[in-house]
Design a protein around this ligand. Structure first.
Ligand SMILES: NC(=O)c1ccc[n+]([C@@H]2O[C@H](COP(=O)([O-])OP(=O)(O)OC[C@H]3O[C@@H](n4cnc5c(N)ncnc54)[C@H](O)[C@@H]3O)[C@@H](O)[C@H]2O)c1
Length: 428
């Protein structure tokens, strides 16, 4: 990943705040795989076991390991940038402080869980000396970059409509939004913000204008006590009578896949099947999906109108077989269909077809990597390269997912929630 022929520059020296799944397994893993781009030199993490594991993996000494973020921010360390990967409701403090200290910040989405939190970080961005990039990996994927270029080049004439589906899938939804950390608004965020602020950001990017109006519908329809099969106990392993037929039966989801990988790695870090079974016996991921304390919606349809005249629909739903994004873009001269996880894009131009026949498709295959279709790696690389360029005094322009750009997606998400809850069309 080094610039071909370019002089070798030392990697970006970064601190991580929150060494959980994203901090350690995504950002930490990237640094270990690309030591020429990123070196973690400080960590703030209250969980002692996670902190120690991260520090050990990255060769960070005790003097640079902290149990809370303020200590990392105020310490006199040779840190060039900070990654904030704390839970949704703990973004404001570290992000605003890091900006005020003049750091380059890569902030996990959502910027904040509520409009006040987002506006507080926006204000710190205007006031502070630092620069903030929001972790929207979809913008960095070959898939969406190719679609954006096709649209900008006029491949389908003028863009009129976008139909975008965030197929969360039954098992991912049960893991994260019924049993897991994003199951309740007061613990995390509304589903459209937690799961789909990336999608809103991409839609806004493709629509090439600000959003004017939002309508939205959806509810928590299925994962509720009234839907529980007769006799289903609180935990799957307590002799559930429908174990063989229930798709959400916890052992079906967690016993089998590679235990070192997400989502099993979230259930327990202890090695061995016995530890995993024990975690399912009484831990949150072993609960019956109909007997959890969840409240976020399990399906939501949102209609958006943009200043450019583009109309878009965004579907976010638990009820899909596959996990991933599918899109259809309709223009005055043709259409584009895409399947992100398969790396497939099809372009059909009306002029290439005979009347009453679908025009032939131009098929484009794009690279698909791990972690949001390869977007995670490209996003971290882009952030590291900005830090390295800033050190050399080379201006790098606005980040693709700057705070200013990302604010729109968050305002659209809050508007969608208001529209859904109040049954109104919200004008932005
Ligand atoms: N960009 C994406 O596509 C994407 C994907 C998944 C999650 N996320 C977001 O990333 C963030 C982290 O998610 P995660 O899955 O890694 O969660 P996690 O719970 O695995 O990790 C969060 C870590 O932050 C630590 N923490 C809590 N308070 C802290 C504090 N005061 N100082 C330092 N550390 C603190 C926790 O102990 C934990 O280890 C969330 O906001 C989540 O929504 C983004």
């Amino acid at each position: 990943m080094r610039c071909p022929g370019g002089p070798r520059r030392p990697p970006a020296r970064l601190g991580v705040i929150g060494a959980g799944q994203r901090g350690a397994d995504v950002y930490g893993a990237f640094a270990l795989a690309h030591p020429d781009l990123v070196r973690f030199v400080a960590v703030a993490e209250p969980d002692a076991e996670r902190r120690t594991r991260f520090a050990r993996a990255h060769g960070i000494g005790r003097e640079c390991s902290f149990d809370d973020w303020p200590a990392l921010i105020v310490a006199d360390l040779d840190v060039e940038g900070v990654i904030v990967a704390t839970p949704d409701r703990a973004h404001v403090g570290p992000a605003t402080a890091a900006l005020e200290c003049g750091h380059a910040v890569l902030l996990e989405k959502p910027i904040g869980s509520a409009p006040e939190e987002v506006e507080a970080i926006a204000e710190a961005g205007r006031r502070g000396a630092g620069e903030l990039t929001v972790a929207h990996p979809l913008r960095y994927t070959a898939f969406f970059s190719t679609i954006a270029r096709l649209v900008a080049d006029g491949a389908i004439g003028q863009l009129v409509q976008i139909d975008h589906l965030e197929n969360v899938s039954w098992w991912h939804f049960a893991h994260s939004y019924v049993r897991g950390n994003w199951r309740r608004e007061d613990l995390a965020s509304p589903l459209i913000l937690a799961k789909a602020c990336h999608d809103l950001d991409v839609i806004r990017w493709l629509a090439a204008g600000t959003c004017r109006s939002v309508a939205s519908f959806g509810s928590l329809r299925h994962f509720r006590p009234e839907e529980a099969p007769a006799g289903a106990p609180a935990y799957c392993l307590d002799g559930c009578p429908v174990a063989s037929s229930c798709p959400f039966y916890a052992p079906r989801i967690y016993l089998g896949p590679d235990p070192s990988r997400w989502p099993v790695s979230v259930v327990t870090r202890e090695p061995g099947e016995a530890a995993l079974v024990e975690a399912l016996r009484r831990g949150p991921y072993g609960r019956c999906v109909y007997r959890c304390d969840n409240d976020v919606v399990d399906h939501q349809g949102t209609l958006l109108e943009f200043a450019t005249g583009v109309v878009a629909t965004l579907t976010v739903t638990a009820f899909t077989a596959e996990n991933g994004r599918t899109v259809k873009l309709m223009g005055t001269r043709g259409e584009i269909r895409g399947h992100m996880e398969r790396g497939r894009i099809e372009v059909r131009r009306f002029a290439d077809g005979a009347a009453m026949q679908p025009p032939p498709a131009q098929r484009i295959e794009v690279a698909v990597g791990d972690g949001h279709g390869g977007g995670d790696s490209r996003m971290i690389e882009a952030f590291a390269r900005r830090v390295i360029a800033a050190r050399a005094g080379r201006p790098a322009g606005e980040p693709a997912t700057s705070l200013a750009v990302s604010l729109d997606s968050h305002r659209m998400a809050f508007a969608a929630e208001r529209a859904r809850k109040e049954g109104v069309v919200v004008r932005l």
